[in-house]
Write a protein that binds this ligand. Structure first.
Ligand SMILES: CC(C)(COP(=O)(O)OP(=O)(O)OC[C@H]1O[C@@H](n2cnc3c(N)ncnc32)[C@H](O)[C@@H]1OP(=O)(O)O)[C@@H](O)C(=O)NCCC(=O)NCCS
Length: 186
């Protein structure tokens, strides 16, 4: 499958390329990004962004990952990342995302998330998309609420970040519910 490009009112979501590495290192290198994510390293050293981006092609070809660079339509600035980690045999994927701190609170992640849900359910034929966030990260929970994902429970001390065990809230959305909500909104 060729790399898809998704367009929203303000954003263009596209595949990462090698030239994005300095921006990824600068934005994701902010400790505030690592603080509430499971897999963003900190410190974010030279070469890590290149290696991360270089891994996307093979993962895309295997059908297990669809990552998008979130860029502003106007000017093309890279502002974040969003992606689906896909479990093809269950037609299910986990949504993951971060937005660079200078761009928080402007609705960008919600806007990108809506496009990625549509891509997941329609283009990839997924049945379920799930996500989870640290209890101490309510902005992510609010964003998932706005996308229509439902809270499904709490996973107590499910992960460890820095020196602390973290409680996670699990969210999920089924294609049938996503589709019904779209019909209602029409
Ligand atoms: C979580 C994150 C992706 C949100 O990105 P964003 O573009 O700012 O999100 P949006 O603007 O689309 O939506 C955020 C919502 O959370 C709300 N919010 C922000 N801080 C909040 C807080 N402390 N408590 C409750 N809601 C909060 C915002 O007001 C907004 O809701 P609103 O539109 O109803 O006002 C961003 O903060 C981020 O990248 N954080 C670090 C990485 C991370 O945590 N990734 C997610 C891992 S699960």
């Amino acid at each position: 499958m060729p790399d898809p490009t998704l367009l929203t009112t303000r954003l263009l979501l596209r595949a990462f390329n090698h030239a994005d590495a300095p921006d990824v290192q600068r934005l994701a290198g902010d400790r505030a990004i690592a603080d509430t994510t499971l897999n963003v390293p900190h410190p974010y050293e030279v070469g890590m962004a290149e290696a991360w981006i270089a891994g996307h092609d093979a993962a895309l070809k295997s059908g297990h990952l669809q990552n998008f660079a979130i860029t502003l339509r106007e000017g093309g600035t890279l502002i974040g990342a969003i992606g689906l980690t896909i479990e093809p045999r269950f037609e299910r994927a986990e949504l993951g995302y971060w937005i660079g701190r200078p761009y928080w609170g402007r609705g960008y992640c919600t806007e990108a998330g809506k496009a990625v849900l549509r891509h997941g359910f329609i283009e990839r034929g997924l049945n379920r998309i799930h996500a989870s966030h640290f209890v101490r990260n309510p902005a992510s929970g609010r964003m998932l609420d706005k996308l229509g994902l439902q809270p499904e429970g709490m996973l107590r001390q499910h992960a460890r970040r820095w020196e602390d065990y973290e409680d996670l809230i699990l969210y999920g959305l089924l294609r049938q519910d996503w589709s019904a909500a779209l019909d209602t909104a029409r």
